[in-house]
Design a protein around this ligand. Structure first.
Ligand code: 2HA
Ligand code: ZN
Length: 273
């Protein structure tokens, strides 16, 4: 990545992204090239605009008008989170969306990042930023990863229901509701890297800041990358506790109905109170 135009603010965002990549790797959620991260850095760099021929534009299958002139840090396709942690400037790309949201250019010109393209889940990242901008909600970072225990739970047919999954999490680990009163979304298995996955995730995110992808992983969006990580971390802790109980030979009951109602009444979303 050529550094001359990269501001201190952007450098800090790159460090923050690398810190979260390290956590994903250390959690065991980032085997090989699993997972991807992006941060909206719009306003932190002067837009280059399409008049700049230094960075060629690549057209996208879909147009993102709300993202006109936006800039993002995004992990490169095929990059390993452990490498992102160690060498973010070789694995993270800066992209700028053009004036009508139909193409992006990669703001980079060193030999290593030049060979990279944005993550295979680019469509999902951009669709989520686009939909949140439309709704006026301020998300600035997206984390997609493969949290082991959450994925395991999507192989339990009896938990493949959004309400059941959330109630299970809240009963077994009340902090899961406190950390995310809106609950986690759950969408059925959809092929990785597709527009269909992007759209289903965006639909679910109208109600939930984090979404489980059946038999694949989890994705979260928040105002900061740390908050996006926390959403997945807390949900996975609940999944871990549940699985520990099952491994110990019990099907845990968790909070009683009265205790769950008290929790929802105190910490739940307005609809639950
Ligand atoms: O980036 O995890 O979902 C690799 C993936 C695709
Ligand atoms: Zn994935």
């Amino acid at each position: 990545m050529k550094t001359s135009y990269i501001t201190q603010k952007v450098q800090q965002q790159i460090r923050d992204l690398a810190d979260i990549a390290r956590l994903l790797w250390e959690r065991g959620w980032a085997e090989s090239n699993a997972g991807n991260i992006s941060i909206d850095i719009s306003g932190m760099l002067k837009p280059f605009g399409s008049s700049n021929k230094q960075f060629p534009q690549r057209r996208m299958p879909k147009q993102y008008p709300e993202l006109a002139n936006a800039q993002f840090l995004i992990t490169g396709a095929g990059t390993r989170m452990r490498d992102v942690a160690m060498q973010p400037t070789k694995t993270v790309i800066i992209i700028e969306i053009n004036e009508d949201g139909s193409a992006y250019s990669m703001l980079q010109n060193n030999a290593e990042t030049n060979r990279l393209l944005p993550t295979s889940e680019l469509a999902t990242h951009l669709t989520l930023y686009q939909e949140h901008r439309k709704q006026g909600t301020a998300i600035k970072a997206i984390v997609h990863t493969h949290p082991t225990e959450i994925i395991v739970l999507t192989h339990f047919p009896e938990l493949l229901n959004e309400q059941t999954l959330n109630t299970t999490f809240w009963r077994i680990h009340p902090e899961a509701l406190i950390a995310n009163p809106a609950g986690i979304g759950l969408i059925p298995y959809i092929l990785t890297g597709t527009e269909a996955l992007a759209q289903a995730t965006a639909d679910s995110m109208q109600h939930h800041p984090a979404v489980v992808w059946e038999k694949h992983g989890c994705i979260a969006a928040a105002e900061t990358i740390s908050k996006a990580f926390d959403l997945i971390d807390v949900a996975n802790k609940a999944a871990q506790i549940y699985l520990c109980c099952r491994n110990a030979g019990i099907v845990p009951i968790g909070l009683t109905d009265v205790q769950l109602e008290e929790l929802k009444h105190t910490f739940g979303s307005p609809q639950q109170r």
